[in-house]
Design a protein around this ligand. Structure first.
Ligand SMILES: [Mn+2]
Length: 199
């Protein structure tokens, strides 16, 4: 479990490999600068070391170019993965100057937004995975409001359980810790859950 308040975004992460595996095929990264916050989650198809090779390649290329626009990041990632095993991917970018966000998920990486008014909204992913050819990817954009909570998770997370119990008022650590305690014994796939609050 990782957690901490870095400047404007409070982040907590729960990650655990599939029961019986040592190596996690999910890989994530997040970073806050003065002008932006970015978080990325990649889930390599399959599990274990082969999956990890692809998901870590995807994360590293985005890490090296994290200030580039969304479309460019996806393109870089796509090029990096040609001849490798595929990944599904989620990216959330927050513009801390203009107070806007943009996000995308490709394949089954879940993203949900909890608004300060209690509304919960699941993002509809673009079907498929990377690498892919000639595809366009849906990018969702919106205004960033103080108190906005973003959840991003791999398909090892039991989404119904997560969304049923979570509220926008909880600390990020509480969200990941309670999920871990409820579901730790039922981890059927590599699992990563990131909880992030702005403001
Ligand atoms: Mn998975």
């Amino acid at each position: 479990m990782l957690n901490g308040k870095e400047n404007q975004i409070e982040v907590s992460v729960f990650q655990q490999p599939k029961i019986g595996n040592k190596c996690n095929g999910d890989y994530f990264f997040y970073k806050e600068t003065e002008t932006q916050f970015i978080s990325v989650l990649a889930d390599g198809l399959g599990s274990g070391a082969d999956a990890n090779e692809s998901s870590s390649a995807a994360i590293h290329i985005i890490k090296d170019h994290h200030t580039e626009p969304m479309e460019k990041l996806i393109k870089l990632c796509n090029n990096q993965l040609i001849h490798k095993r595929g990944v599904v991917l989620g990216i959330i970018k927050m513009d801390l100057v203009n107070k806007t966000f943009e996000l995308t998920s490709i394949g089954n990486v879940g993203i949900a937004i909890l608004k300060p008014n209690g509304e919960k909204k699941r993002n509809i992913p673009t079907p498929g995975y990377l690498p892919s050819y000639g595809h366009s990817f849906k990018v969702k954009r919106g205004e960033l409001e103080p108190g906005h909570v973003f959840l991003m998770y791999s398909d090892g997370v039991y989404e119904r359980s997560l969304l049923k119990h979570v509220t926008e008022k909880q600390d990020m650590f509480v969200i990941t810790d309670r999920y871990a305690k409820r579901e730790r014994e039922n981890i059927a796939d590599d699992t990563t859950l990131l909880a992030m609050r702005y403001g």
